[in-house]
Design a protein around this ligand. Structure first.
Ligand SMILES: [Zn+2]
Length: 251
């Protein structure tokens, strides 16, 4: 156990853990299935949610393996009821690396969609809306939603990270983060309104709220790091006597 999480197993050195609230989610969907269709409903619901989270793990492994290729350590993938989170030992500040790491997750979902399209007919919109889907078609839709949703530029989701990295090519890192988080808040608020007033999907609204809070927390982390770094630089500047040739006094 580590901060309310339960260790499951390791995947190529990466610890897969679940937060204890994840078990509450399993219990909730099982109860929902049971109350509508008895034991069959409970089993179908639990299997569906486990398959969904298996896709979440594959998505996070996509991020993790690309991050590792750039020398970032990935100690753990944590599953929460709202999704998965690969933990990195410091994200690279090279925009190209951050973009590739961010895109690797949705790329896994789109690769799965391509693979599934060989085994099942692509579901029609009508079938999706009425949820009249074969199991593989359901998996197809799950991955399509996961890949697309994560590409929304709502920081710290993958699309938001891509936006931050693109902005960081022109702006200082902190400012790029502030703009990406600000954009994420506006879109996140729009997402909440759409979820509440169009879809009447309150869990979706809560999800957007969590994402906005996570964005704000990450902005504050970057702000703290930058402030500490600046203080250190100022302190070193005061201690360090520059050699005369380093002064920019050349014509
Ligand atoms: Zn992702």
């Amino acid at each position: 156990m580590q901060t309310g999480s339960i260790r499951l197993f390791r995947i190529r050195g990466i610890q897969l853990s679940v937060h204890f609230t994840f078990l509450l989610l399993i219990g909730y969907v099982a109860w929902q299935g049971w109350s509508s269709e008895g034991s069959t409903g409970a089993i179908v619901n639990v299997v569906s949610i486990l398959v969904f989270f298996a896709c979440v793990v594959l998505h996070e492994l996509g991020h993790s393996f690309v991050a590792r290729a750039f020398g970032v350590e990935v100690p753990r993938i944590l599953l929460l009821p709202i999704g998965g989170m690969a933990e990195f030992s410091g994200l690279p500040r090279r925009p190209a690396h951050e973009i590739l790491i961010a895109l690797a997750g949705p790329a896994v979902n789109f690769a799965l969609i391509l693979l599934l399209s060989f085994f099942t007919p692509i579901p029609t919109w009508r079938a999706v809306i009425s949820l009249d889907l074969e199991p593989l078609q359901l998996l197809f839709v799950m991955n399509l939603m996961m890949g697309t949703f994560n590409l929304l530029p709502v920081f710290p989701m993958d699309g938001g990270r891509v936006l931050r990295a693109l902005l960081a090519q022109r702006l200082p890192y902190l400012q790029a983060t502030r703009w990406a988080v600000g954009t994420g808040k506006v879109l996140g608020l729009a997402g909440i309104l759409v979820m509440v007033f169009v879809f009447r999907h309150f869990m979706g609204a809560v999800l957007f709220l969590f994402i906005m809070i996570a964005g704000e927390l990450e902005y504050r982390t970057v702000l703290r790091q930058e402030t500490e770094e600046r203080r250190w630089r100022e302190l070193l500047d005061r201690l360090y006597v520059r050699p005369p040739e380093s002064h920019e006094s050349l014509p």
